[in-house]
Design a protein around this ligand. Structure first.
Ligand code: C2E
Ligand code: MG
Ligand code: MG
Ligand code: MG
Length: 287
């Protein structure tokens, strides 16, 4: 996937030009066309148990395979999609595709029953009255088990949740689905929402992980966040682990799980399937 990042860099200059030339509506049309034409692709990033290095989950991360601009990261189109509402069909497509692919791995790869699939949901999706029905249908269609599915929501969704949203999340939970708070710590957290909402997993934002190996204050903050998750009996996942040192420090703090380039970048489905039974390096050693 080095090629992917090179393609992304090479495309940036052209993209800026592109953005200036086309209005939102034209870009929206193009994105919706890409969804219909099958020009989106889902990559998967493993999350590992920090004490064993075993894969416990994979997170689905969307890309847009653009004819002229190469493989585009979400930062190049998710905001637009959120603004225009295209995120609703996009998110539904990602969920269906990821459930279908992960259901296949469960059949094809031995000892993968425990693995979870994590999918990001946008604020707009959570506002849809049809959300629960849509997800129920996708699970039925793909045969992916509800109790292996995790839905990741950012803090902004749940900071001031209205009663409808809370009810929706509770219905999803009743189906057996787990709810994760993504990028935890980056919002204006009035932490009380953690008590009021059906949340199972905290994903600590990468910004709290970055400095922990060299900066004692960063380490103190990270530890407080890990402790907070533990106090609420949530599974705590650290995002953006890039070094063995960071992995070791987080494990020593009691952080159960981790995700990051140190273990594995987001990869195509076929590569992800091969990685599912691997033990990842650098949890306890530097190899
Ligand atoms: P996220 O859900 O917090 O996903 C983690 C992001 O961090 C991913 O970026 C991933 O590639 C990147 N990452 C993982 N490990 C490392 C690391 O060690 N170092 C660094 N520097 N970065 C790391 P990506 O794939 O570009 O996605 C960015 C964001 O776009 C996601 O953040 C998520 O909020 C959003 N997104 C991605 N796919 C979807 C989707 O299907 N639906 C929605 N609504 N949002 C999505
Ligand atoms: Mg996420
Ligand atoms: Mg995140
Ligand atoms: Mg993040």
């Amino acid at each position: 996937d080095t090629a992917m990042y090179a393609a992304k860099r090479a495309g940036r200059g052209r993209y800026e030009l592109f953005t200036a030339e086309l209005d939102t509506r034209a870009r929206d049309t193009e994105l919706r066309q890409a969804i219909d034409d099958g020009n989106l692709v889902v990559l998967y990033q493993p999350a590992v148990d920090l004490s064993t290095g075993h894969v416990v989950a994979v997170e689905a991360l969307v890309r847009w395979r653009h004819a002229e601009r190469g493989l585009l990261a979400p930062s190049e189109f998710i905001d637009l999609a959120e603004e225009t509402g295209a995120i609703v069909p996009l998110g539904e497509w990602v969920l269906r595709e990821a459930c279908r692919e992960a259901a296949r791995w469960r059949d094809a790869v031995p000892d993968t029953d425990h693995l979870r699939l994590s999918v990001n949901l946008s604020p707009k999706q959570v506002q849809q009255a049809t959300l629960v029905e849509t997800i129920r249908n996708i699970l039925r269609e793909t045969g992916f088990p509800a109790d292996r599915l995790v839905l990741e929501l950012t803090e902004t969704v749940i900071l001031e949740p209205d009663a409808h949203i809370v009810a929706r999340l509770e219905s999803l939970r009743d189906l057996g689905i787990s709810i994760a708070v993504d990028d935890f710590g980056t919002g204006y957290s009035a932490l009380s929402y953690l008590r009021r909402l059906p949340v199972d997993i905290l994903k600590i934002d990468r910004s709290f992980v970055t400095g922990i190996a060299d900066d004692p204050q960063a380490r103190t903050v990270a530890e407080a966040v890990v402790r907070l998750g533990m106090a609420f009996r949530m599974n705590v996942v650290a995002e953006g682990i890039e070094t063995a040192d960071q992995a070791r420090i987080l494990a020593a703090m009691g952080c159960g799980f981790g995700q990051g380039f140190h273990f594995c970048e987001p990869v195509h489905g076929s590569t992800a399937a091969q990685a599912l039974r691997r033990t990842f390096r650098g949890v306890l050693t530097d190899e």
